[in-house]
Ligand binder design. Structure first.
Ligand code: DX5
Ligand code: ZN
Length: 216
């Protein structure tokens, strides 16, 4: 099936991050998903710019950055400097989302909007044409390795319809609880990009697991 695979380094081994990035470089992974958390928007703190700087130097795939932070506007420049390809901000964190998305695009990045599981897709009606990507959280953000929320399929289908109806070019990314078992169903529902953390990094053979995802 024709989807982009974006392994999330939140589940990588931070004691050996360089070799995990080298593994992704040598794999069939398309992008690298980077989860930045501030401990306020979500109940966890992940990592920030020193790690991003290391990724900028070592990663050979586009950096797909998902910020779970309360004030993304303050850091758009910093992310642009760290070779971010797509920057996804949370709908729930942005009071002036239209301005934020335009600012991200002005800095040369693709602009994504992330939706928490409780946020309905119809709230995007008046902004969908300004976004390059919509990231559907299929778990409550903050941690890797959580169980996929089944209601997400319906949400993806609704979002796909909204994109068609509004003539938007936005791609749909699904993030949380993605596995080799649900990837085909997600792609069929309308997902263009799949994030996989636990499924890749907790596998005994991550390169082979990535190959299996891409062979679906
Ligand atoms: C959740 C993060 C996800 C996470 C996904 O807060 O946004 O990107 O790393 O991990 P898995 O695939 O293990 O659910
Ligand atoms: Zn994420």
């Amino acid at each position: 099936m024709d989807f982009i695979l974006s392994p999330s380094i939140l589940s990588a081994d931070f004691g050996h991050l360089e070799s995990d990035i080298a593994m992704l470089n040598n794999s069939e992974a398309d992008w690298i998903h980077v989860d930045v958390m501030d401990g306020v928007f979500v109940p966890n703190i992940s990592f920030g710019f020193p790690v991003m700087n290391m990724l900028k130097k070592t990663a050979q795939k586009p950096l797909d950055v998902h910020v779970m932070i309360t004030q993304p506007d303050q850091y758009i420049n910093h992310f642009a400097e760290q070779a971010t390809s797509t920057l996804s901000v949370h709908y729930e964190a942005c009071t002036h989302l239209h301005r934020t998305l335009n600012e991200i695009r002005n800095k040369g990045m693709k602009a994504g909007v992330a939706l928490n599981p409780h946020t309905p897709v119809n709230l995007l009606e008046d902004i969908i044409t300004e976004a390059d990507m919509i990231l559907v959280l299929s778990v409550n953000p903050g941690f890797g390795g959580q169980k996929f929320i089944e209601h997400s399929y319906q949400k993806i289908e609704k979002l796909k319809n909204l994109i068609i109806q509004k003539n938007s070019n936005a791609k749909i990314e699904v993030d949380g609880g993605v596995t080799l078992d649900n990837a085909a169903k997600l792609s069929k529902a309308g997902a263009d990009i799949l994030v996989a953390g636990n499924a890749v990094f907790n596998s005994a053979k991550p390169i082979e697991t990535i190959r299996q995802f891409k062979a679906i």
